[in-house]
Write a protein that binds this ligand. Structure first.
Ligand SMILES: NC(=O)c1ccc[n+]([C@@H]2O[C@H](COP(=O)([O-])OP(=O)(O)OC[C@H]3O[C@@H](n4cnc5c(N)ncnc54)[C@H](OP(=O)(O)O)[C@@H]3O)[C@@H](O)[C@H]2O)c1
Length: 310
């Protein structure tokens, strides 16, 4: 089979499309013929070796966790999927998922059936980002209907899904983005959009119940300032929460890491089927242009998601 192989730590010039052996499956896994696969900032942080979980990898590496495709073989213990099923999922995160390939061996527990309304490209774009947004808002953020939530970087891969999930949960949603993406964020259902290039959120907001900060170090302290006492701050891009709590000791601040879950994807499928969640794919590239995909992601200026196909 063909795969995008990373020859060494460093820049995206280290990606090569190569022939490699097709993976074999364990009893609890299925073999998926990949129709499309997604990229995330975690991929370039692993490519450069800077992600903490990159330490366990040895080259040559097949990166990638997000994929959608068709089951072609099911392990002897698998009862949930059969050959011919269209599936999608985030495979083995943060261990190697090896999704930049024509075939992936995936634990059945990490997958869900692909909603019929999603293309394979849309499904491949979703898993890591949508699981992150879902787990941040529900499991960690405990978002309730009627609450006010601020989503920092609302036009990004995670943020654009966070806006829609928060709306589906009945919240009043405020999103930050630059002016060029303001209409996009409004179209996702945001009640208010703040252009962060024109104003600081702590100058125009207060009494927020929950901030989901996907933007990182530049925004986290403003995120903390807009919260009401006992408000919750969930970050996926900044870790030094002791510094945040030093300026706002009266809030709960947590840095989270997404975990794989076929069950969460099945819950999210219902929202997709109900038309409450759309996956924005801004670019579909051939696998041979993985370097371009990584360069775009590293610019931090992409909207929605990038996916690739062989
Ligand atoms: N801990 C976890 O489990 C976890 C999971 C997923 C992602 N992450 C991390 O979370 C971050 C976001 O991931 P992602 O996939 O959503 O990234 P992404 O798609 O690359 O984010 C790009 C978006 O960020 C916006 N942006 C950049 N700086 C901003 C700022 N200061 N204020 C508001 N918006 C800003 C950009 O909008 P403009 O062009 O309009 O500025 C762009 O649309 C990354 O650092 C990623 O590694 C962590």
């Amino acid at each position: 089979m063909k795969a995008v192989v990373l020859s060494d730590w460093g820049g995206p010039e280290n990606f090569f499309v190569q022939d490699v052996p097709k993976p074999t499956i364990k009893a609890d896994e299925v073999l998926v013929q990949v129709k499309a696969f997604g990229v995330n900032p975690a991929d370039f942080k692993t490519r450069t070796g800077t992600a903490p979980y990159a330490k366990g990898y040895t080259h040559p590496i097949i990166l990638g966790w997000d994929m959608a495709g068709e089951v072609v073989e099911a392990g002897s213990d698998v009862t949930t999927f059969k050959p011919g099923d269209a599936v999608y999922g985030m495979v083995n995160f943060p261990e190697p998922g090896q999704a930049y390939a024509e075939y992936v061996a995936a634990p059945a527990a990490h997958l869900a059936l692909k909603p019929a309304t999603l293309s394979f490209e849309e499904a491949a774009a979703a898993p890591l980002a949508v699981l992150t947004a879902w787990q941040a808002l529900t499991e960690h953020g405990q978002l309730k209907a009627g609450e006010k939530v601020l989503i920092q970087a609302a036009s990004g891969g995670v943020g654009h899904l966070g806006v829609q999930l928060a709306k589906a949960l009945g919240a009043h949603v405020i999103g930050t983005t630059s002016g060029k993406n303001a209409d996009f964020v409004k179209s996702l259902g945001a009640d208010e959009v703040i252009d962060y290039t024109q104003m600081k959120v702590d100058e125009v907001l207060n009494d927020v119940d929950l901030v989901f900060d996907t933007a990182g170090a530049d925004t986290i302290f403003d995120s903390a300032r807009v919260l009401k006492p006992n408000g919750r701050l969930i970050s996926i891009a900044y870790g030094a929460m002791d510094k945040v709590l030093a300026i706002r000791p009266d809030i709960r601040a947590e840095r989270i890491l997404v975990h794989t879950s076929g069950d969460d994807l099945r819950t999210i499928n219902q929202l997709i089927d109900d038309g409450k969640l759309k996956i924005n794919v801004s670019r579909v590239l051939p696998a041979s242009q993985m370097a371009e995909a990584h360069q775009s992601l590293e610019s931090r200026r992409t909207t929605g998601k990038i996916v690739l196909t062989f």
